[in-house]
Write a protein that binds this ligand. Sequence first.
Ligand code: URA
Length: 243
Amino acid sequence: MGVQRWQPKLPALFQNIPAPVVNKPELQAQAVITEEPAIEAITSDASHAAPPVVEPAQMGEWPELESAVRGCRACELHQSRTQTVFGVGAKQADCMIIGETPGADEDRQGEPFVGKAGQLLNAMIQAIGLSREQVFIANILKCRPPGNRNPSKEEVAACSDFLDQQITLVKPKVILSVGRISAQNLLKTDVAVGKLRGLNTLPGHDIPLVVTYHPAYLLRTPSQKRAAWADMKLLRSLLVSAE
Ligand code: URA
């Protein structure tokens, strides 16, 4: 799978912070009860021709799935998107990372986590000896909600088959869920992300799922990097033991 040996030196991202929380044998990271602020609002004015509708039954393998996402008009977000944001990375990765929704940069470039939060996510991935190319990165939604508002229940439901099929195709050994919207929707709960942190199991797939804070939140709240570091160490230990 390619997880490199643990480097005892703390990566720069996590330097100047106290030692991480030690996980207990059941690998449950310590809870830090903190609400996550909304991702910064950015505006978009894209307009588009209507793409063909593709039914979930036609999603099958990667090419069909990518085409189904590209042509999706299942919710109103298809009207405001510049393009869909399918996901990126190794299609048979041991580790899958699931974020929330594309922002303005992602909507423009068609790739998840390409803005400032993406740079921090890359650093977090590298801190555990992996590269962006070695994981598969996707979001709960494939289209950007205007103004980066939170997605509605209907939008999440309309998009969930796509993510479900991505998980089925990637077959990751471990999933990292970043942020409240990701964690709450994957775990089908309203519990605060601070309480969901650490090890969970993804319902319906029986895959270990580690919840951590969103990198955009960590950029605003560096004091929580200590907690995120503990979560990343947990993720790495699960990947190593799954090898
Ligand atoms: N935040 C997310 O959750 N996903 C992205 O793709 C970008 C920012």
